[in-house]
Structures are given as structure tokens and as C-alpha cells.
Design a protein around this ligand. Sequence first.
Ligand code: MZP
Length: 499
Amino acid sequence: AQIIDGVSRTFNEFLLLPNRTRTDCSPEAVDLGTPLVRHAVGDPSPIALRAPFTSAIMQAVGSPELAIALARNGGLSFLHHNRPVADQAADIRAVKNFKAGFVVSDTNVRPGDPLSTLQELMRRTGHSTAAVTDDGTGTGRLLGLVTSRDFHPQRHPADEPVSSRMIPVDVLPVATDDITLSQANSRLWDERLDCLPVVDGDGRLRHLVFRSDYSDNKRFPNQLVDADKRLRVGAGVNTHDYRERIPELAAAGADVLCFDSSDGFSDWQAQAIAWTKEHFPGLPVGGGNVVDGEAFRFLAGAGADFVKVGVGGGSICITRDQKGIGRGQASAVLDVAAARDAWAAESGQYVPICSDGGLVHDYHMSLALAMGADFVMMGRYFARFDQAPGAKLPTRDGFVKEYWGEGSGRARNWQRYEQGGQSLVFEEGVDGYVPYAGDLNEGLAVTIAKMRATMVSCGALTIPDFQSTARLTVVSEQSFQESHATVAVRDAPDAFERS
Ligand code: MZP
């Protein structure tokens, strides 16, 4: 056996040093755009994300609702494959058929409707704001708005009427029909609004213009004006039934595929990627998971359009306990990022990498990017939101959502874990709960604000800048202790963030 150099390290063992922050470096100037798939060095990626977040290829995470909400926030979901292809294709179609135009008018409720109706509406449409009209239609007289910020399901009984949470129309900034899109855009930004109602001369609702329908970046105003845009969505696939599954997913409109395996350093995965490239040359396909540079080169050489990094670090994962396989996520990302850069220099092809799993705190996401990841994939993080499919259950202290691993007995995703065979003899994941975190739009906004603040402290305006200029230090156990508050804390930090 060979013992490789270096210790297997994870994110908790690192901190970022602040770099000089120039006066032009402010949170709103930070561009979180990042490439998703392979491209020639110096060229843009054929698919880029506006924010570096993807959701895990898991039953407990993927849903059309979550995919819509995440795509509208600039990220991307990969819908899971642990089910008949017809079901997976139907979910892909649901996302592709969602109208992502700037005008949305299907979020209407009546003042007397119960709040549970509103919650369901928000889940279904992926919106954090609903218009209340006198007749509950898209053309009724606008009476007010309810935003999910002012409506916490745990604090308000489901049968409470919508009107109890409504911001009445007379205190709302309301635009009239002749507003131009650029005027709407600047009002949304200047007044820090998520949504601007547009009414006609009689006060009848015409549209809701949502900020997320434009862009999260002021420098790209009117991004969606002229185009019949569709949201992007990805699909997980496996090395067992890909010949039957991929044609149906392609027909359903999947924008990108990802071979989903707990160990992607295998001939099966290289063959499956090669088959996909041959039969669907226009459909990008990622591979993984790997934890070292050699495995990255193997998949990039096989044609992978991005490579996922991470074995054994997932919050629900017991692969390291069961098989003794894996690597600390920080060491894995650093090693694979170095291989990606070397590969780019040799081949002229940039193959993005994704840090998948084990991101416990929001700052871990920034660390992953600083260490070289182009984007991150998360399960636990997204499973906590309303839009995730797990059941929401009451506890003595609030609510939890169900979250279970693909290698657990509950998911029985043998396609992800079996190499060559077709059965699961032992489990590699657990079945558990995560604290409920409300609406994805709100939670992700806080995460993005933290990421921007971190990048500003590090003097970086773009992710490539951050990757090349970030300075990291390894923390001792004692300095890790120093990182936390050492007084009795009156309010949890999250209470402040959500207020
Ligand atoms: P996390 O964000 O919950 O920490 O990790 C999610 C990642 O863990 C997934 O994207 C996948 O790579 C991995 N995963 C999913 N199921 C299991 C399991 O059952 C697992 N062991 O490790």
C-alpha cells in the first residue's frame, strides 16, 4: 500500500484571512456567476449558473417545486433517478413548463382563504409573495400582498385567514401598466422589494413583477425581456439503465445530466459517459463522485462535462464507517481543483468541479469555492425547506423535515451504490430529520448575503477572483474554540437574520 502525502482535512479546519477590500468591492457588486459545464479556456460555459448552488440528486431533496425555486434564484436542481423514468421525466417537464417570464399572475388568493391555501400556493409556484384580490383571480382588484417573510407557518394557525397577514394596498408601492421593465427593475432594487404589483387604472391586478425573474445582479437589467425563457433543470442518471433512461430525459427537456454514484472512479462510469457523448452529443453530462486528481483526470478524459467531488462526507452518509472509503472534503476539493487547473493548462478545456456534501455551515460553501470548487451541491441544506419533498413534522421545539440518504434502507438506491451487482447487502446512509427552515427563497437569500460578505472581506468580486486570491489558514483546536461566542447568548443568530 502507498500512503499519500498530507492529512485528510475538512472545512472546519480552515478559516479565510481577510484580504484588502477596495472601495469598489461591495456586496451588491459581487458576481456569483459560475460555469456549470466544460468549455474552452477563455470562452464562456454553455451553461452558467447565476449562483453556485445545486441541489443533491436525492429523493428527500429533489422536487419540481424546489427545482423551480432554486433555478429562479440562479442555481440548479438535479432531479433524482431512483424511480421509473416516466416519473422523473414528468418532473423535468413540470419545471420546463413553468413560465419564467417576468410577468406572473397566478399567485392570487382571497382575503378570507385560510393561510394553509396560501402556503400551498407558494410551494407550488415557488413564489415568496402572493397577491390578494377581491375575487381571488389574476384580474381582481388588488387588496394587498402577503410575503412569506411576514408569514411563518409555525407561528400562524393554518386556518387563520389570509387577510390577517396582508400588507394592505394603500401602503404598498404599486406600479401602473405603463411602467417599463427597466423602471420596474430599478424600483425593485431601490425599494428592496421582492415583488412589484402592477395594476390598471381601476386598481385591478395586471401582473406581479418579481425581482428574481430579472437577475440577482443589477448589472444585467432586463435579462428576461424579449425571450420565452424556460428554467433550467438537471437530471441524475445511473450506470445501469442509462441507455433507456437518457433518451426519455432528453425528450422531456433535461438541460444537463449527472451520473450519480458514490464512487465514480470506475470503468462503468467512463463507458456510460462515452455512450452519452456518442448518442447525445449536445447534452452535457457530469460525473463523479471522486476525491483525487487521478480520478478527476479519468472522468475528464472520458468526456465528463463537470466532475463532482466528495465521498463519505454527506450528513446522512456512513460510507466511511461501513467501507473505510473516503477523504476529508477540503483535501479532496483542493486536490481535484489542482488537477482541473493542470488539465485546463494542458488541454485548453476547463472542466468545472462541484463540492458535493458535508457543507454544514454557510461559510463552508465559501470555503469550498475559495479552495477551487466552481459550485456546490447540497442535500441537508435544501431538505430543510418547504419546497423539499420530505414530510414536515411537529416536535416540542418547532418543526423538522424528514431527510434520508440514498444509501439508506428507506431509499434503497442500489444503482448509486452497487458496482456490477443489483442488490444492497448493507446500508451506506441513514434516515433522519433536519430542522425545518421555511421557504427556500428566504433561506437562500441569507446564505447568499453571507457569501457576498465573505467575498467582500476577501477583496474578491467574482468566484474566479476568489479562487485565485483567497488566503486560507489551518486552525488549531484551540483557535477553533475561540471562533465561537464565549458568553451566554440571548438570541440565536438566526433569529436576527429572519426578523
Ligand atoms: P449533505 O449536503 O446532506 O451533507 O450531503 C449530500 C450528498 O451526500 C449527496 O449529494 C450525495 O453525494 C451524498 N449522499 C446521498 N445519500 C448518501 C448516503 O445515503 C450520500 N450515504 O452520501
